[in-house]
Design a protein around this ligand. Structure first.
Ligand SMILES: [Mg+2]
Length: 119
């Protein structure tokens, strides 16, 4: 991390996205299939599997954090690959979630509009 950045700048969404953009550019993702969403879906599935492995196989919190970072980097890269504003989408969705009620499903809290199976 460059020393001239403040802690706030390092933590900013814009700075993180710029780092992912630089990574895409360095490896020429746009020219070589790295921004194909079907391919990216496979990569995200792979990373989600690695997260599952951390949880189900009792791996360390550090390993879990690394796999979550892998998935976050892919998700941020989706915004570059598919040309959308993930920051705006995040805040729009948070506003929706904050307006939803909660309920308990099988002993666990859910914040969703889903009403469960219709019998
Ligand atoms: Mg990984």
């Amino acid at each position: 991390m460059p020393a001239q950045l403040t802690e706030t700048e390092q933590d900013s969404f814009a700075h993180m996205l710029a780092a992912v953009q630089a990574f895409h550019h360095k490896h020429r993702f746009n020219d070589r299939g790295g921004e194909d969403m079907i391919y990216r879906l496979a990569l995200m599935t792979e990373e989600l599997g690695e997260i599952a492995e951390c949880v189900t196989k009792g791996k360390t919190t550090e390993e879990l954090a690394e796999e979550c970072a892998d998935l976050l980097i892919l998700l941020m890269g989706n915004a570059i690959s598919a040309s959308f504003d993930l920051n705006a989408a995040f805040w729009d969705k948070m506003k929706v979630l904050e307006g939803r009620g909660e309920r308990i499903v099988d002993g666990r809290v859910r914040v969703t509009d889903y009403q469960g199976k219709k019998d």
